[in-house]
Design a protein around this ligand. Structure first.
Ligand code: SF4
Ligand code: SF4
Length: 388
């Protein structure tokens, strides 16, 4: 099989799995990228990355942000990660079976550099205690320390996607695809085959509307400060300066998610707003440990909420222990935030509508039995379907 046929066949596998976009990038294009753009780390001698994207349907975003239901968002997330992983493995197997080249399926998420056995053991210990309801000070301290760590993927699918011509980096740092915005999930494979790279995306369609900044309840992104640019294929990708990563660990982890002013939230029952917490505090391990301990074991936190927090942490730990979100079960898939990505659709007007929807949909809460309900701003309550 020649390289042209190989490229076509690999791309077709991705498209057949439900991807809406697929492209090929080269090692040369990533030579000036940060370390997680280095293909060699995962596959010595890698020359090409094949990257593809699965969309989040528009109705799913409406339901998720408007808090009418999140089952469709959850199912779509599980589909994208598990299918992305399986099709990456299929692409890699296809290449190795039909050519002399090596290939490597990239795990879609939760596969970080340097997080080997010791990291997983730490998660196992944490999970052991949480499962037994023993959310002690020490456990909170260990988890809070993890929340302060900056982790880097084995291979950055976002950088790979830019190199493969799928899009450019938006202000949020998520990939921005011309026709889908950031509302996509990525998957990919590396290979030593020197495939012809596809054309790069022509321009960056992120218009710096900063809707993503407003949708983030924890304040991860700066409104106007930039990170050092990322260079891919000789072009600079500019995105927002990150505040303490712990903000997103708490927010995307479902432990905190109320927006400024307290009238709206993501899918979490915690009603603290981390955006209003000073950066100095978020960077302080002792503050984070106290915050976490309060969430897990303080009498001031309702019992049902403590149970929710423990459950969701265990689900995240299960994913971390697997080391591959593509293998996570549907039961352990529990999206609560991702708002920066969900509001960022291609059409700027629709972005504003989605942000308004998020901010007018009210707050999630838990009743005495631990069942999720939504407190609408007009004082009414609504129980969304939450069963699989
Ligand atoms: S929400 Fe706006 S600023 Fe943020 S990434 Fe999307 S287009 Fe860019
Ligand atoms: S996932 Fe949520 S908490 Fe994390 S950066 Fe995006 S909006 Fe903020």
């Amino acid at each position: 099989m020649d390289l042209l046929d190989l490229k076509d066949a690999a791309k077709q596998i991705a498209l057949d799995s439900g991807a809406i976009l697929v492209g090929v990038g080269s090692r040369d294009r990533l030579v000036d990228a940060p370390p997680s753009g280095d293909m060699n780390y995962s596959l010595p001698g890698a020359q090409s990355c094949i990257i593809w994207a699965y969309p989040i349907p528009a109705e799913t975003l409406d339901h998720y942000l408007g808090k009418t239901e999140r089952l469709s968002y959850r199912n779509n997330m599980h589909f994208a990660y598990s299918t992305g992983w399986k099709s990456a493995a299929t692409v890699a197997q296809f290449i190795e079976k039909n050519t002399k080249y090596k290939a490597y399926p990239v795990m879609p998420n939760i596969d970080y550099r340097g997080t080997g056995f010791a990291f997983r053991q730490r998660l196992r210990v944490g999970r052991f205690f949480l499962r037994r309801g023993l959310a002690t000070k020490l456990i909170a301290k260990i988890i809070a320390r993890t929340f302060g760590e900056k982790v880097f993927p084995m291979f950055s699918l976002r950088y790979g996607a830019v190199a493969a011509g799928l899009g450019r980096l938006g202000w949020s740092g998520n990939l921005f695809v011309k026709d889908y915005g950031s509302a996509v999930y990525l998957a990919g494979a590396l290979t030593t085959a020197p495939l012809e790279p596809d054309p790069l995306a022509d321009e960056n369609y992120c218009n710096k509307c900063k809707t993503c900044v407003q949708a983030c309840p924890t304040g991860l992104f700066s409104l106007d400060e930039e990170e050092a640019p990322v260079t891919i294929a000789g072009r600079e990708e500019i995105y927002a300066k990150r505040n303490a990563y712990a903000r997103c660990y708490f927010g995307c982890g479902g432990l905190a998610g109320v927006g400024p002013g307290g009238s709206w939230s993501t899918w979490t029952p915690d009603h603290d707003c981390l955006k209003e917490v000073a950066e100095e505090q978020m960077n302080d391990p002792a503050y984070r440990a106290k915050l976490l301990q309060d969430m897990l074991s303080s009498n001031a936190t309702p019992v049902v909420q403590r149970e929710f927090n423990k459950t969701i942490l265990i689900q995240y730990m299960n994913g971390g222990i697997l080391g591959n979100i593509g293998k996570r079960t549907l039961e352990d898939t529990h999206p609560t935030c991702g708002a920066c990505q969900a509001v960022c659709v291609a059409d700027p007007k629709q972005r504003k509508k989605l942000l308004a929807l998020l901010k007018s949909a009210g707050k999630m809460n838990l009743d005495e039995e631990g069942k999720e309900y939504i407190e609408r701003p007009d004082g009414t309550t609504f129980y969304p379907p939450t069963e699989v």
